[in-house]
Ligand binder design. Structure first.
Ligand SMILES: Cc1cc2nc3c(=O)[nH]c(=O)nc-3n(C[C@H](O)[C@H](O)[C@H](O)COP(=O)(O)OP(=O)(O)OC[C@H]3O[C@@H](n4cnc5c(N)ncnc54)[C@H](O)[C@@H]3O)c2cc1C
Length: 407
């Protein structure tokens, strides 16, 4: 392969205690959590809008915060963001969860996830209303924001990250920070910093949104998912079609162009009765690309296992009654002082990873990463030396449940 050598001198534009790269739900949660610990926080997002896959990627179903048997497991920022996602717009929240000052009546729980009365504590939301709500939240918290800016290279000194080089319409700049949270979904910062990562494998699942001519008139029925290709379990993956790793720009382009071409074919073949599409995804819908191989890896064997160093309690969105406690070590690699992962790229494998990558879990790991980053900077401690009891105390003060018996 041909290479060129660049010699660059880069302006240092700004400095913060905590720098978050990526403004999906995990990045926003991380930024808010760090700020609420008193840190100066900056968030950098490469698109024009916050929310990542949940908004730009049209994934507007907030998986549940409850265990499917009437008990709420997730509070803190996952619940705050769920409520914010529907505060000014439509929702499909089941009746039993609408008013949380009223205890859930076990007799009304229905074992059907999206049942309008007794279903699980999840909801569809309008992606655009959620985008506006995320702007408002970051603005209210006085978090420094840079949109349309990519974090392109971490500045490493051994195992310590001094900040990140960015590219934007302004040009190439450096932002320095006490701690950096990679919330890119792709572990782009960690990978370039030399942190061990593993690659994922994706089925071809391209989702657009079409108007629903059959439903009651309202905005959420007008955002019905139109799936092209495979289900979560790979059913419908076109025979012989590649499995995307999601870590290559050629693959990313092919995913988007193939999805749009197949959708156009379906419209022409009369398979979409309304002959219209409400929205196309502005982000390739890869469930997984690259993720951290951290100090611990959460696996299915950890289901229903108590973790003394838990920083979040996660519920399984598919298997009622199942839950995981997330150890702090799934958020960083011990050889690196101040680099954290948040969201769908934390250290987990198999089905346990699937549990960590849905919207509420991404927010929960973002909340834990942001809180830890702020404490590490304000106490001048590398992550491996951070007092986890203190971290847990701070998370609990934010209404986070860490163990199943606390829910
Ligand atoms: C097909 C599919 C269906 C799904 N279904 C559901 C569902 O029904 N319910 C559910 O709860 N979850 C679902 N999920 C999972 C969920 O939507 C995502 O895993 C979650 O939203 C990821 O959040 P995140 O913040 O970790 O990452 P992302 O949403 O990927 O956010 C990463 C952000 O970082 C930005 N970024 C990337 N690189 C850089 C860079 N270098 N510099 C600056 N910014 C950068 C991106 O633009 C993006 O905004 C689904 C996912 C897929 C793909």
């Amino acid at each position: 392969m041909k290479t060129i050598t660049e010699q660059l001198q880069t302006t240092v534009r700004d400095e913060a205690d905590v720098l978050v790269v990526g403004g999906g739900v995990a990045g926003v949660a991380a930024a808010v959590a760090a700020r609420r610990q008193g840190a100066e926080v900056m968030i950098v997002e490469k698109t024009a809008l916050f929310g990542g896959l949940a908004t730009n990627g049209l994934i507007n179903w907030f998986e549940p915060l409850c265990d499917g048997e009437g008990t709420q497991l997730m509070y803190g920022l996952p619940e705050e963001l769920l409520r914010r996602s529907i505060q000014d717009g439509p929702d499909t929240l089941p009746e039993i969860w609408k008013d949380r000052s009223v205890p859930v009546d076990p007799a009304r729980v229905v074992h059907q996830k999206q049942h309008p009365v007794g279903g699980r504590y999840g909801t569809y939301f309008s992606p655009t209303m959620f985008q506006l709500a995320l702007d408002e939240l970051l603005r209210n918290e006085r978090i420094r924001i840079r949109l349309c800016m990519s974090g392109v290279r971490p500045l490493m000194e051994g195992g310590r990250c001094l900040g990140v080089i960015t590219e934007s319409v302004t040009g190439r700049e450096a932002y320095l920070a006490g701690a950096v949270i990679d919330a890119t979904g792709d572990a782009s910062v960690l990978h370039r910093a030399g942190v061990p990562c593993v690659k994922g494998k994706n089925y071809f699942t391209f989702i657009a949104q079409e108007p629903d001519a059959s439903g009651p008139r309202g905005s959420l029925p007008n955002r019905r998912w139109r799936s092209i290709g495979a289900s979560l379990y790979g059913v419908g993956h076109p025979p012989g079609y590649i499995h995307y790793s999601g870590t290559d720009t050629g693959e990313e382009t092919a995913f988007l162009l193939d999805g749009r071409r197949l959708l156009q074919d379906m419209i022409r073949e009369g398979k979409i009765p309304g002959r219209d599409i409400t929205a196309l995804p502005a982000q390739a819908q890869f469930r997984t690309s690259r993720r951290l191989d951290g100090g611990a890896v959460l696996t299915e064997a950890d289901q229903a296992r108590r973790q003394d160093r838990s920083v979040a309690l996660l519920c399984d969105f598919d298997r009622p009654g199942a839950w995981y406690e997330l150890p702090f070590e799934c958020l960083y690699h011990p050889a690196f002082d101040n680099l954290l992962a948040a969201g769908r790229m934390i250290s987990a494998a198999g089905w346990a990873w699937d549990v960590t990558r849905v919207i509420p879990s991404c927010i929960a790991s973002g909340e834990a990463a942001g809180t830890a980053a702020a404490l590490a900077v304000l106490r001048d401690a590398p992550l491996r030396a951070l007092d986890v009891t203190l971290l847990q105390q701070r998370l609990r003060a934010g209404n986070v449940r860490l163990h199943r018996d606390e829910a």
